[in-house]
Design a protein. Structure first.
Length: 219
């Protein structure tokens, strides 16, 4: 699994080449800072190395520590002598290099002829397609598409154009988010050719829905 919040808050000299990015809810940095201060950390050791990624999301840096990956802090980067922008560039490049033609994999919907794409290996690389949307574009030629990241270690993607499939997957993403040990977001995000934007969200009956956003032309 990835990153419990309460971990060691002191850099251990890990090389920048072991860094990976992680997209999380934008509330994570605040929660991390509170937990770090509660464990006696100060200054840069309380600040997770994160920056905005999309609406309600941030991208943070992670590093292996034992059998888990922990969040990288500003203090880590200072010790390693690596600017945050360069560390993120290295981490994204390492993540992208791990993508292959079968990741995310094609998964069939039971009792249905339709499919979706899924990456859920739990190895820290499941969000790779978020940083290489051209890979998803190649899997959905000529079609706009959306992704869901309901929990750490889970990415789901579908092409747009089939309202029944869109609803089915959006509901599935919400249910995964509700049941997850490490939830991220029930929202679905569309790639507009430049950035990820909120596309929509399934809501429980009686709650207002977040309607699908205009997607424009497929990338």
């Amino acid at each position: 699994m990835l990153i419990p919040l309460l971990l060691t808050f002191v850099a251990l000299g890990a090389p920048p080449g072991s860094l990976l990015p992680l997209v999380e809810r934008d509330t994570l940095p605040v929660a991390f800072a509170e937990a770090a201060r509660g464990h006696g950390a100060e200054d840069g050791a309380t600040v997770a190395a994160c920056r905005p990624f999309a609406e309600e999301l941030v991208v943070c840096l992670t590093v292996p520590e034992g059998k888990v990956r922990r969040l990288v802090t500003v203090a880590d980067l200072e010790i390693w002598g690596v600017p945050q922008s360069e560390a993120l560039r290295l981490a994204v490049a390492r993540m992208a290099a791990c993508l292959g033609p079968t990741r995310p994999e094609v998964v069939s919907i039971p009792d249905d002829s339709r499919t979706y794409l899924l990456s859920a290996e739990g190895d820290g690389l499941d969000q790779a397609a978020l940083f290489s949307p051209e890979v998803l574009a190649a899997r959905f030629p000529g079609q706009a598409f959306v992704v869901g990241i309901p929990a750490r270690g889970v990415l789901i993607a579908i092409p747009l154009g089939d309202p029944e499939l869109e609803q089915m997957v959006a509901v599935g993403v919400r249910r995964l988010w509700e049941d997850a040990t490490d939830p991220i977001t029930p929202r679905m995000y569309a790639w507009d050719g430049q950035v990820w934007q909120v596309w929509g969200e399934a809501r429980p009956a009686g709650e207002p829905t977040v309607p699908p956003a205009p997607t424009g032309a497929a990338p």
